[in-house]
Write a protein that binds this ligand. Structure first.
Ligand code: GLU
Length: 479
């Protein structure tokens, strides 16, 4: 039988890292077992669902490299089919009409609260007669459809991550609402637990892998599966992603949507690699830098941890910097050029862009760092306090004068690494000045401070963009 897994996101917000990690686990396992990875957009909440969120989720999945196998299914297209199944459950006696009004439900909740009891419906309309129903309807009362939950039942399944899970029927909050309120004999819009079972069955889903916040839903859904005579899939409940305080990662933790990670400058390969390690680790102590294709070769659901997975910026940053370091220079430089373009900065040539990329790549953690790091190569940096102090030292000005004269006399308008080293060596020897002093002086001229990237390579780049000489001159004039 074909193995089929799915992601069933609700398009009520931007693509969240929790959903993305669930998608990744589904995708990884589908690849591992040679199955299919499918998408179902659960858009039946017409108030909160938005097409732009669906787009955002699909684009995010594509960006992460999580390709799906069939045209995504839209749950809202299937409402009439869900209703047909509710009707079946009504006819088989597994479900019934419940006319309890909102006010009556609130009163029941209040009463339970006073007694310190959890909210639970009292199933008051489970055994209404046809006449009772007719009377309620003739009084204009609206009704929901409730699914009968046997209080004495024990629901048991073997979770692929957590092992055997037991849930008592009496802990499921009373008979389960399957559809929203509707008038007369109508059936209102179907709700999550019903729709998910009908659609997972329709899509022939064999493995349901989703967050641990759905464990109690699984207990309810198993009862619906049985009532509809559907074959059960296997269930796996992944651990939540936690923040530093051990609470569920949320918007309050600053960054949670995949868009935001992208905009901050995380590479999709790095983010996907990191997410795979959020709650999962390979048994055999493999390297931590692995593509999702590599991971999928040995990914097992049973290797996922039960405990929540703490989100770590340090680890994500480390993984991202590893990907930046090892990316092919031309490819990385293309990505970096986009950041420069957005800033209105133009590289004098493609080779120059690649050289600057190579020069800076080791000091970049997230791609956005490149803006700050490469700024002094495009814009004249101000001379900072430490630079001014150094310039006041007479040797510094003398050094810069010697270098300038050398460049002008020999008409050196463009130099490479070798030439730059040669100039420093020659002046150092002929004037008995330490190479370090010459280089520090140049550093102040180029960057306005005493730190920055490799000086010789920087000189080569600044010479190509014709700003080395003017930067030296500026120090001689202004100080
Ligand atoms: N729409 C549900 C959610 O986003 C899907 C849960 C499931 O996978 O069944 O949480």
């Amino acid at each position: 039988m074909e193995k089929r897994l799915r992601l069933a996101p609700s398009p009520t917000g931007l693509f969240h890292i929790g959903t993305a990690r669930t998608a990744l686990f589904n995708w990884l396992y589908a690849q591992k077992i040679g199955g299919k990875f499918l998408i179902r957009i659960e858009d039946t909440d017409s108030v909160r669902s938005k097409p732009e969120y669906t787009r955002n989720i699909l684009e995010g999945l594509e960006w992460l490299g999580l390709k799906w196998d069939e045209e995504p299914l839209k749950q809202s297209d299937r409402i009439s089919i869900h209703k047909k199944h509710i009707k079946k459950l009504l006819e088989s006696g597994n479900a019934y009409r419940c006319f309890t009004s909102e006010d009556e439900i609130s009163a029941l909740r209040e009463e339970q609260k006073k007694k310190g009891l959890p909210p639970k419906h009292d199933n008051r309309h489970r055994n209404l007669s046809e006449e009772d129903i007719e009377t309620f309807i003739s009084q204009g009362k609206t009704s929901v459809i409730r699914f009968k939950i046997d209080e004495t039942i024990q629901i048991k399944w073997v979770d692929q991550i957590r092992g055997e899970i037991n849930w008592k029927g009496k802990d499921l909050g009373g008979d389960l609402v399957l559809s929203r309120r509707a008038k007369g004999y109508e059936i209102g819009d179907p709700l999550y637990n019903l729709a998910v079972v009908v659609d997972d069955n329709f899509m022939n889903i064999t493995h349901v892998v989703r967050g641990e916040d759905h464990i109690s839903n699984t207990a309810k859904q198993i009862l619906i599966y049985e009532a509809l005579n559907f074959e059960l899939p296997t269930f796996s409940h992944t651990p939540l992603i936690l923040n530093n305080e051990g609470k569920k990662l949320s918007k309050r933790d600053c960054v949670t949507s995949i868009d935001e990670f992208r905009d901050m400058g995380y590479l999709p390969e790095a983010l996907a690699n990191y997410m795979a390690f959020l709650g999962w680790s390979p048994k055999s102590g493999e390297s931590e830098i692995l593509s999702i294709e590599e991971i999928s070769k040995f990914f097992e659901l049973s290797d996922i941890n039960k405990a929540g997975a703490k989100f770590s910026w340090e680890k994500l940053n480390w993984i991202n910097s590893q990907y930046i370091k090892s990316m092919e220079s031309k490819k990385l430089s293309k990505i970096i050029c986009e950041y420069w373009n957005n800033m209105g900065w133009e590289a004098p040539s493609q080779e120059w862009a690649i050289k600057l990329t190579i020069l800076l790549r080791d000091s970049i953690t997230v791609l956005r760092d490149v803006i700050y790091q490469s700024k002094p190569f495009f814009l004249l940096p101000p001379i900072q306090k430490e630079g001014l102090d150094f310039l006041e030292n007479k040797d510094c000005k003398a050094c810069l004068k010697l270098i300038l004269n050398y460049l002008v006399e020999k008409n050196i308008l463009k130099l490479d690494n070798e030439k730059a080293k040669e100039i420093i060596s020659e002046i150092s020897k002929s004037h008995n000045i330490k190479k370090g002093t010459l280089m520090k002086s140049l550093r102040v001229a180029f960057f306005g401070c005493l730190s920055g990237p490799d000086l010789i390579q920087s000189w080569e780049l600044l010479s190509e963009s014709k700003s080395d000489i003017s930067r030296i001159q500026r120090c001689l004039i202004s100080v």
